[in-house]
Design a protein around this ligand. Structure first.
Ligand code: PRP
Length: 206
């Protein structure tokens, strides 16, 4: 079996921070710090192979065992419910899942609420818990535009600083759940590479 630990990192700003945390924890990989467009990097001395994947794909790689461990946002874990172990909250990438609307919007509870979101499962569960009928409009990005153009009444989306909402004339109305980056592991890897994974988990948490 491959003795290296395969680690899926979310491409982007969060991933850079996660790599710095792993580096500080004793899993450096000099080649990943070079300016280039490669996606796979390894450091046999540290026993790690890193790869950059789209943040929403990290859990897929880990669930199917192409990666032993990875770092994914709690938003992705709640939305897709991948069959993986969630080992640790890294406290990075903190933000919250919110309902937001135009400042003028007044909800009419007797009407079906039109909700635009990248997270239909999270939205459905939230409004289900309130016994509220909704019409979900699944989008893939720039969700804030939907209420402005009358495509939806509200959005369910990630809010970090609140700047995107503010600059688009929207305001947060309810917080659904706080979000942060989580260390996740493949269930089979967790058994067969237990020592390595447990050690990595302990070191990045510390
Ligand atoms: C996320 C989210 C908001 C923005 C919130 O967008 O969907 O648009 O960040 O950040 P803020 O509160 O600090 O302004 P992302 O960059 O992931 O792009 P996308 O949703 O358009 O794909």
């Amino acid at each position: 079996m491959d003795r290296m630990m395969n680690i899926a990192l979310p491409k982007g700003r969060l991933g850079e921070k996660v790599y710095q945390r792993l580096k500080a924890a004793g899993y450096p990989c000099p080649s990943i710090e070079e300016e280039n467009r490669r996606l796979i990097f390894e450091n046999p001395e540290a026993g790690v192979r890193y790869f950059w994947v789209k943040p929403s794909d990290v859990a897929i790689y880990v669930e199917r065992g192409a990666a032993d461990v990875g770092v994914a946002g709690k938003d992705i874990l709640l939305e897709y419910s991948p069959d993986v172990y969630e080992l640790a909250d890294l406290g990075l990438g903190k933000c919250r899942m919110c309902v937001a609307a135009r400042r003028e919007f007044r909800d009419r509870p007797d009407r079906v609420l039109r909700v635009a979101t990248k997270f239909p499962q999270i939205a459905a569960r939230y409004y289900g818990s309130l016994s509220r009928d909704i019409d979900i409009i699944k989008l893939n990005g720039s969700i804030e535009i939907a209420p402005i153009l009358g495509l939806s009444d509200v959005i369910v989306d990630i809010v970090e600083t609140g700047k995107t909402l503010l600059e688009n004339g929207l305001e947060p109305r309810e917080t659904i759940v706080p979000i942060s980056a989580r260390l996740i592991a493949n269930k089979v890897s967790y058994k067969f590479k237990h020592q390595q994974i447990a050690e990595l988990c302990g070191r990045v948490e510390a």
